[in-house]
Write a protein that binds this ligand. Structure first.
Ligand code: OGA
Ligand code: NI
Length: 367
């Protein structure tokens, strides 16, 4: 458990003029490599209820969307796939994407080069990028290491790819691999978003145009989950929902992602060479709650290093997102969420500790 200063102690009220120095936290990679590590520091121990929640033994498979049919020139096939996409968004919020056309070698290359990045010396990784959610390159550990009361068993690097492309200087091949990968993935994401737009009964390009996806934010968020000697006590990432519209995730062959479905946690074992897609908070807002941005988490294990590469796609940073007027008026639903600039939402989410709740609850109307 994290220690908190007792109320009334001078430490409990940090003065505004002298904020406490930022906490120095080691990376999980360095910690996991300490010789003879057989336990974990208490600051990594999550309360029992977090990990003792039931894991479902459902045999219900997560929906799969065949991307080649979504782009098919055969109108019947396309509309059938759009209906399936709508159903996947309503029922799960998560789906696999197959036949997407991104070559397997690119998927392997991005995982490998991110692994090499995490192998760099600690001082080098710590030296790159900034600490703010809008800094184009950010390396760190946990979720927000300066505010998290309990630390997550993960290190990460987040790099803006669009509308401006950024890359760490090392490994030297990172730039080329990331540029190629993010371009290809962006095409897939935009096409899926067109399908989602249609599945909501909106114009195909409604989301794209209203929220200026031409200048939309895209990042590579690489997660490293080193083996953990006490996986039952720790969490790679506690329950959260993703900001933005659509995240496309790949991983090395090691499982760990769990998705909340019908009130239980479901283990997701992705199909090799496919993307795991999930809709984010800004589709929930835009759809006025018709599609839910679903809670998910990453658990860890004591044998294998796990790497996942999440590529979130969002509106342009300055775009203001609110429920689509057509959905609100047609159905006679009052807007369930307030309008908010995407950029401000990112800051709101980052400033909040992951507390098992979606950040969306903060902007839901009438709560
Ligand atoms: C994320 C995320 C899950 C995973 O990066 O937002 O949910 O399996 N990652 O790493
Ligand atoms: Ni996520």
């Amino acid at each position: 458990m994290a220690t908190t200063a007792p109320t009334g102690s001078p430490l409990s009220q940090p003065s505004l003029t002298h904020p406490p120095p930022p906490r120095k936290v080691t990376t999980v990679k360095a910690l996991s490599e300490s010789p003879g590590l057989s336990s974990i520091p208490s600051i990594y121990t999550f309360p029992k209820q977090t990990y003792h929640e039931p894991v479902s033994d459902t045999k219900e498979p997560i929906p799969t969307i065949d991307f080649s049919l979504l782009t098919s020139s055969h109108p019947g096939q396309r509309s059938k796939t759009i209906r399936e996409l709508g159903k996947a968004c309503r029922n799960w919020g998560f789906f696999m994407v197959t036949k997407h056309g991104v070559p397997e070698r690119m998927m392997k290359a991005i995982i490998e080069v991110c692994r090499e990045f995490f192998e760099l010396p600690e001082e080098e990784k710590r030296g790159i990028g900034g600490k703010h959610v809008l800094d184009p390159i950010r390396f760190g550990t946990s979720f927000n290491e300066s505010v998290d009361e309990i630390l997550c068993w993960r290190d990460y690097v987040k790099i803006f790819q669009h509308p401006e492309f950024h890359s760490p200087k090392k490994p030297p091949s990172f730039r080329e691999i990331a540029l190629e990968y993010s371009k290809r993935v962006r095409l897939v994401a935009r096409e899926i978003i067109r399908g989602i737009s249609e599945s909501l009964g909106l114009e195909k390009d409604y989301i794209d145009e209203t929220l200026n996806l031409e200048n939309g934010l895209q990042l590579i968020a690489a997660n490293l989950y080193p083996p953990c000697p006490r996986p039952e006590l720790a969490m790679g990432l506690p329950p959260h929902s993703d900001h933005g519209f659509l995240t496309l995730l790949i991983q090395n062959q090691i499982g760990g992602l769990q998705v909340q479905h019908k009130g239980k946690w479901v283990n997701i074992d992705p199909i090799p060479n496919s993307f795991l897609a999930n809709i984010g908070d800004h589709i929930e807002i835009l759809s006025n709650g018709k599609y839910k941005s679903v809670l998910h988490r990453a658990v860890v294990n004591n044998r294998d290093e796990r790497i996942s590469i999440a590529v979130p796609h969002g509106p342009a940073l300055d775009a203001i997102v609110s429920p689509a007027s057509k959905l609100v008026e047609n159905v006679g639903n009052p807007p369930a969420y307030g309008a908010m600039k995407y950029k401000e939402y990112l800051e709101l989410q980052q400033g909040t500790m992951l507390n098992g709740k979606s950040c969306l609850e903060r902007i839901r109307n009438g709560d």
